[in-house]
Ligand binder design. Structure first.
Ligand code: SF4
Length: 331
């Protein structure tokens, strides 16, 4: 993917010459718009050169390259914001893993994946891990979907990252970063800035410890140093109430809850592996109030699935019940 490689290159060029984490952090803290634009222009020229296309002879391609540049620019702005506002450093871009496995019918089934960006923050002998996955489309994160086996990606990445980094490491957050161009729908011009910041927030969750039944405001503040003073984060799914605790719409989980999620996601992945190996290909689509797997499915004419025929559907109930059960056990 051109955009992913361009972002990897952007981070590498940005940190060129910096050896220690302090030096790298200083690069991000002192970035200027001029420097950012200079790097983006360089990356854009490299992309065009590598493609072998002569844009002056193919004007249509000019708009393709300018769209790529606009996506990379937007994503780079988010990277700069995250690096400036938080204590996390980039550990790796495009990090490959291939030794995460679950048990299948005839042995272990290996997962192979590439984590777009893995950031870390060292504290008290612990390595805290943050995962960012770039999406060219719009992507929401929903734990019930993960527990239903529909969207395992971020949870599998979290487990794989803990294994990759090893030692005393733990996940502290995982997010989708949607790069899709969005349009603010508010009518009042004064609301535009806050509407735009909502549209481009990361989708995922922050892992926070609980103290006396209340989440600490620690990981969130380590990722966004303005969270406590402004009572909300412009890029994380976090907001504080007037009492200084996370509001009900903030996406926060505690570490014990994460262990339960890991266990359940492993189970659902293992069940899927068994089903595939045993040839279970029954028509059982995932259709909930917010998601319809069949809507744009190119195989609809092959599987002959028709909503009206009364074929059994997966309503996502299983995941939601599991989620409520886990939440209850952790209260
Ligand atoms: S149309 Fe058929 S193949 Fe496609 S998601 Fe629905 S059930 Fe599955």
């Amino acid at each position: 993917n051109v955009v992913h490689h361009a972002l990897e290159k952007f981070c590498q060029l940005f940190e060129t010459g910096a050896e220690t984490n302090e030096e790298k952090r200083s690069c991000w803290q002192n970035i200027t718009d001029k420097k950012r634009d200079e790097l983006l222009r360089k990356i854009n020229s490299e992309i065009i050169e590598k493609s072998g296309i002569n844009v002056s002879e193919e004007p249509k391609m000019q708009s393709v390259f300018s769209r790529i540049l606009s996506t990379v620019t937007k994503a780079s702005d988010m990277i700069i914001l995250m690096m400036k506002r938080g204590k996390y450093d980039i550990y790796a871009n495009e990090m490959e893993f291939e030794d995460f496995s679950v048990s299948g019918a005839s042995g272990d089934v290996l997962f192979h994946g590439i984590i777009d960006r893995l950031d870390v923050f060292e504290e008290d002998g612990k390595t805290k891990i943050r995962i960012v996955d770039y999406k060219t489309g719009d992507k929401k994160f929903n734990l019930a979907d993960a527990l239903n086996g529909i969207d395992l990606q971020l949870i599998v990445y979290a487990m794989a990252a803990e294994k990759l980094i090893g030692g005393n490491s733990e996940i502290s957050g995982f997010f989708y970063n949607s790069l899709k161009k969005k349009v603010a729908s508010c009518k009042n011009p004064e609301e535009v800035a806050s509407e735009v910041s909502k549209l481009y927030k990361l989708a995922g969750t922050v892992v926070e410890k609980m103290l006396d039944n209340t989440y600490e405001i620690k990981t969130g503040a380590d990722m966004d140093c303005e969270l406590i003073s402004t009572q909300f984060s412009s890029f994380l799914p976090l907001k504080l109430t007037t009492k200084g605790v996370y509001d009900r719409y903030s996406s926060v989980q505690n570490p014990e809850f994460m262990n339960e999620i890991y266990r359940n996601v492993r189970n659902v992945a293992s069940e899927a592996a068994h089903a595939v190996e045993e040839g279970d290909v029954r028509v059982y689509p995932y259709v909930t109030s917010s998601k319809d797997s069949c809507k744009f499915c190119p195989y609809a004419s092959v599987c002959m699935y028709d909503h009206c025929r009364g074929v059994e559907i997966n309503t996502g109930q299983h995941g939601r019940e599991l989620l409520n059960e886990i939440k209850k056990n952790n209260q």
